[in-house]
Design a protein. Structure first.
Length: 304
């Protein structure tokens, strides 16, 4: 498998080992960083690559920079060109996972807004080990951040302290991962991904008001499912106890893609195996990310 040798630093390709950030930058002292996880999928037929929903990822990044009041803006065209150079420099032969971080590299007080810098790293990413077997989740005692405290709908590194504590607790309790509840006790998401469940044949997911990330993968699944199967995805509040009525469940995200959930709080979801609808959603999603043409929604952006 290929290994990352080059990273992108403010538009310049540098060696992986040479990436540096000052320990007194606001990115370190006050976690002033927003980020994206993106994928460039390889087309088996000809070895070409395209970014999946690049524009939507960068637009979410732009909103995060605005909310964090950074003093500059990253443009989609700028990032497409720079990330294309990064991918090509690393000569991958499989799908590429990209971590893009935009941060205040300046030294100063808490309210300092710049200068703003960015790093991007391209790397291989194995298929998650739970993609076939499914994950066992537990409901966490850590509540999901509220929108009025540190908005979870933007992808800021500071928010992931909350997620990390949740994941560490889950592992200590013997689970593969966790489900987080809002401060009102409603289902929110997993520390690493958004949550879907199936009940009475309906696909259900917590709504955007449930302290969730505005996930690009979640949006992709909703739109693909509704077009493919002609049925709406129900977006609403979900009670904790309703989790135990689920006949199927899965989590999703750019990095994790789609992972079945086989138990919650040590109670089986359905028959304790990945369900039929979950498998159909997995197949539908992977067909989409690899079928680069035709592309009705403009989700695939070729490398420059």
């Amino acid at each position: 498998m290929w290994t990352p040798e080059w990273v992108l630093s403010d538009g310049e390709i540098i060696r992986h080992a040479d990436a540096r950030i000052h320990p007194l930058s606001l990115a370190v002292t006050y976690a002033t960083t927003v980020f994206e996880g993106l994928r460039a999928y390889r087309r088996p037929e000809d070895g070409s690559y395209s970014f999946f929903r690049l524009r939507e990822h960068i637009e979410r990044l732009q909103v995060g920079m605005k909310v964090m009041r950074f003093d500059r803006r990253i443009e989609v065209d700028e990032m497409q060109e720079a990330l294309s150079r990064l991918v090509r420099a690393n000569s991958p032969d499989t799908d590429v996972y990209i971590r893009l971080l935009v941060f205040i590299s300046g030294i100063g007080l808490m309210a300092t807004r710049g200068p703003v810098s960015y790093f991007a790293v391209a790397q291989p990413r194995d298929k998650p080990k739970f993609a076939e077997t499914g994950m066992q989740l537990g409901v966490s005692s850590w509540s999901r951040l509220s929108d009025n405290a540190s908005p979870p709908r933007i992808k800021a590194t500071a928010n992931y302290h909350n997620a990390r504590l949740t994941q560490l607790q889950a592992q200590a309790d013997g689970y593969d991962g966790a489900i987080m509840l809002t401060s009102q006790g409603k289902v929110s998401e997993a520390p690493i991904a958004c949550f879907f469940m199936v009940r009475d044949g309906e696909l259900i997911t917590p709504n955007l008001g449930s302290s969730i990330l505005e996930s690009v993968t979640r949006d992709s699944i909703i739109r693909l499912y509704e077009r493919r199967f002609g049925r709406p995805v129900i977006q609403r509040e979900v009670d904790r106890s309703e989790l135990y009525f689920a006949q199927e469940a899965f989590i999703c995200g750019t990095g994790q893609e789609i992972i079945p959930v086989t138990s919650i709080d040590r109670l089986p979801v359905g028959d304790g195996k990945p369900g039929e609808i979950t498998r159909r959603v997995q197949a539908m999603y992977f067909e989409c990310v690899r079928r680069m043409v035709p592309d009705e929604w403009g989700w695939h952006t070729p490398l420059l």
